[in-house]
Design a protein around this ligand. Structure first.
Ligand code: F58
Length: 821
């Protein structure tokens, strides 16, 4: 297969002429930002031919196509990744050098595409990378939010949210596809008309609608000429200022439609693992799903006459329940527009839709009030009612006389539409995202559904793309690995196992530790520039970066830092390896306890970092605005990966895998994919602590535990807790951290105290931390353990995950794209 041949002189010329045409400047006068734009357009020029060729090939092969439907795609930056995948990074770096620019600086001009919150959105982005690299026909379907995830600023230790106007300078990579615009209808009512054959027709009237316009973004496969598409939908008013309505006195409707269009795509909801139940959110869901399903069906019909064959050519994967209206929307199209019977339509729908679950936490499960759902989506609601009626009938047939089953499984119950139940009923596949998580789904959370349809349930352990998180994020280590074992790992990560041969080799250990040191220096410079804090690159970099949530237990981490600091204060000569505790996390804007935790981390940092008496043995750093682009540097620099969620709560985790790939050792609970990480690398090269998920669940069924027992009996813990309310870290406001104290020790109600078992796991955590300190002193052992982590990370590539989805759920065929034809 011939692939793109980079031509340096042509590239330089194109960049120079882009600068001229876009900005009326010579290359010598151009700012780095302008050069970024010029380079991006030059790269797009290369991609576009492959993009066209890829879709020609899909057409020719009439390939079955995946539509990966997701409210979120947390893409990060495109340029650096794309030039790696077209194998032009070195060439472009040289070209830019010769033009007087540094590639790193140019890459740094691009804004992150922050169209996602956290793990779920980033998973979708990794999946797109793997789909393109493996050569599978796939679209990502999402929303072109005007404002992505907010930018986080830390002022006086508090999180401040600033809007992320990511499209301000335009996006050079996107292509607006006006020709594929479709209409999406909301509200109004449904009129039923009976035709001469006695068939009912359902006509939505008096509705408001918007025009959905897709923007395509290229998703570049690694070295294979494949360019797939992420299509994100923008909303526009159907007719901008409709004079006709104006004349009819329908001014109000015209204004409302204009506002609807503006509001729908305005902003990404910044909640992680929490469901907010906002009307606008349901509008967003139906908006992008209706548009995507219409587009998929139209595309199918352009080539095929028999709609019954849809499942042979199309599969919809629903990333959590947010896209679940795809089930009734596809039913609507098949019933109302294609004229199929219910049975035919249901058969097609349930062979086309599949659902991935990402959480067992009750507060994250979507339930829409009937009033809202039926008002906003009247025809869709009728269909959901009928789905529910038939589903309940089936439950009653399967379990005669057992109304408890109806209560727990019905789609409509208690005045609510339960989206997970709808997703399961409408799908041929339901998967969890790590072994432990899937087992908990089958045995607890979705037990009844599993018992009725066990064949639907399966596990797909998450993965990450090594192309972004090693090849791009950690060039030094990537080159070292390639040097040792060749470059097959780039597209076949299990090959990295060969590194194990070098784990005992002292020279290799030194090389490895030296690379880690270089990466720590790079991060230390970033921290100095952004936080003004000096950190010692020889200290242990102990990192917890992820969304801020109580179940992820950043609080446990900082409580332990407080405890360690107390020990040092009591005994300044205490023998410990200097440690830098690094945090990075955004809290949902309305999540008070989470925001207060950020404040606590920063307050503790202020006290400890400025206390000369401890001789810099502990430093605490909160990295502002944690996002994909700075994450790549952080993973590269980490020694210790904090994965300390309350067992059973973290469905999988994916940060854990990125750290492992970069040679950090996991300090974690037996939760989510940590279990499988430990299975691969061995307990001896990880630091495992805490209650098991069975223990946690057992306590929960008994209504929790009483943290007061611990408070009363453990002096060290009591001292730390008292420091939350005696002004130790907030001299001017002793009440500042009262809510955190209460969340751990609510004396009024034990059932609400320490629901995430921070105190219960504290001792075991502190003891594991001690083991980290001891282990780090043996540099050879540490180097070996770190290399073993890299070597054993093969399972956690998203290439493996995607191949399993393809083999067991999607059944797609690989396509090859040859640029010679
Ligand atoms: C995450 N979920 C899981 N949800 O928490 C994590 O364990 C898993 O590794 C990851 O999915 C990928 O499977 C998650 O990120 C969200 O952010 C939702 C956003 C929309 C509102 C509800 C939460």
């Amino acid at each position: 297969m011939s692939s793109y041949q980079f031509n340096k002189e042509e590239f330089k010329q194109e960049v120079t002429s882009n600068v001229k045409n876009l900005f009326r400047r010579t290359i010598a006068e151009a700012t780095p930002k302008q050069v970024f734009q010029a380079v991006a357009y030059a790269v797009k020029d290369v991609l576009i031919d492959e993009w066209i060729a890829t879709h020609k090939e899909y057409e020719k092969e009439d390939a079955k196509t995946l539509y990966y439907m997701s409210m979120e795609f947390l893409m990060g930056r495109a340029l650096g990744n794309d030039i790696i995948n077209i194998k032009a990074r070195d060439g472009i770096r040289e070209a830019l050098d010769e033009l007087g620019f540094d590639l790193n600086v140019i890459e740094d001009q691009e804004r992150d595409y922050a169209l996602g919150n956290g793990g779920l959105g980033r998973l979708a982005a990794c999946f797109l990378d793997s789909l393109a690299t493996l050569g599978y026909p796939a679209y990502g379907c999402g929303i072109r939010y005007k404002y992505g995830m907010f930018k986080q600023e830390i002022k006086d230790g508090y999180q401040i949210e600033a809007p992320d106007d990511w499209l301000r300078d335009g996006n050079p990579f996107e292509v607006r596809r006006d020709e594929y615009a479709v209409e999406v209808k909301f509200g109004g009512y449904v009129r039923t008309e009976c035709d001469q054959y006695g068939r009912n027709h359902f006509i939505q009237e008096n509705y408001q609608s918007v025009r959905a316009v897709p923007y395509d973004l290229p998703i570049v496969g690694y070295g294979n000429n494949v360019v797939n598409t992420l299509m994100i939908w923008d909303a526009e008013p159907i007719n901008t200022f409709n004079l006709e309505s104006f004349d009819k006195g329908d001014y109000q409707t015209a204004v409302e439609q204009e506002n609807l269009a503006k509001n729908i795509v305005e902003v990404l909801y910044p909640n992680d693992n929490h469901y907010a139940g906002k009307e606008l959110r349901l509008k967003q869901q139906y908006f992008f799903i209706s548009a995507s399903v219409q587009r998929a069906v139209n595309k199918f019909k352009a080539k095929h006459d028999d709609i019954h064959k849809l499942p042979e050519k199309v599969v919809f994967q629903m990333n959590d329940t947010h896209p679940t209206v795809a089930v009734p929307e596809l039913m609507r199209i098949l019933l109302d527009e294609e004229g199929l019977t219910w049975e035919e339509a249901w058969d097609i729908t349930t062979k086309t839709c599949a659902y991935t679950n990402h959480t067992i936490m009750a507060e994250a499960l979507e339930k829409w009030p009937l009033e809202l759902f039926s008002r906003l989506l009247p025809r869709i609601y009728q269909i959901v009612e009928e789905i529910n009626r038939r589903f309940v009938e089936r439950i009653r047939q399967t379990y005669p006389g057992n109304e408890e089953k109806v209560r727990s499984m019905a789609i409509i119950y208690d005045g609510q539409v339960k989206m997970a139940h709808l997703a399961i009923a409408g799908s041929f596949s339901v998967n969890g995202v790590a072994q432990l998580h899937t087992e908990i789904l089958k045995s607890k959370v979705l037990k009844d559904f599993y018992e009725m349809d066990p064949w639907k349930f399966n596990n797909k352990t998450n993965g990450i793309t090594q192309r972004r998180f090693l090849l791009h994020g950690n060039e030094l280590l990537a080159n070292w690995v390639t040097d040792k074992i060749g470059d097959e790992w780039i597209t076949d990560l299990p090959h990295i196992k060969k590194l194990a041969l070098y784990a005992d080799d002292e020279k290799c250990q030194q090389e490895f530790m030296n690379i880690k040191y270089q990466n720590k220096l790079r991060l230390a410079r970033y921290i100095k520039e952004n936080n003004g804090i000096d950190v010692d690159p020889r200290s242990i970099f102990d990192v917890q970066v992820k969304r801020l949530h109580e179940y992820k237990r950043q609080l446990l981490n900082i409580l332990h830092v407080m405890y360690l600091y107390n020990q040092l204060k009591d005994n300044p000569e205490m023998d410990m390896v200097p440690r830098t505790f690094i945090f990075g996390a955004k809290a949902a804007a309305g999540y008070k306890i989470a925001k207060l935790t950020i404040k606590l981390i920063n307050s503790v940092a202020d006290v400890i970092n400025n206390d000369k008496s401890i001789k810099g043995k502990i430093k605490v750093v909160f990295i502002e605005d944690y996002r994909v682009s700075n994450a790549e540097w952080i993973f590269a620099a980490a020694d210790v990966s904090e994965q300390i969620s309350t067992a059973s709560k973290e469905a999988s985790g994916t940060g854990n895998m990125k750290f492992m790939l970069n040679g950090a050792l996991t300090l974690g609970t037996m939760d989510g994919a940590n279990v499988e990480i430990v299975e691969e690398v061995g307990k001896e090269y990880s630091f495992i602590f805490g209650m098991t998920s069975d223990e946690v669940i057992a306590y929960e069924t008994r209504g929790g535990y009483n943290p007061m027992d611990i408070f009363n009996n453990d002096q060290d813990i009591r001292r730390v807790l008292m420091q939350l309310i005696n002004g130790y870290y907030a001299p001017n406001n002793t009440e500042l951290f009262r809510d955190l104290y209460n969340s751990l020790l609510n004396t009024l109600s034990t059932s609400k105290a320490d629901t995430y078992f921070n105190l219960k796991d504290f001792r075991s955590y502190a003891e594991a931390q001690k083991r980290v300190d001891q282990a780090y002193r043996d540099e050879k052992w540490w180097a070996k353990a770190a290399i073993m982590n890299v070597a054993c990370s093969g399972k956690f590539t998203s290439d493996r995950t995607i191949q399993q989805y393809v083999d067991e759920i999607w059944h797609l065929d690989k396509v090859t794209v040859d640029m010679d034809e």
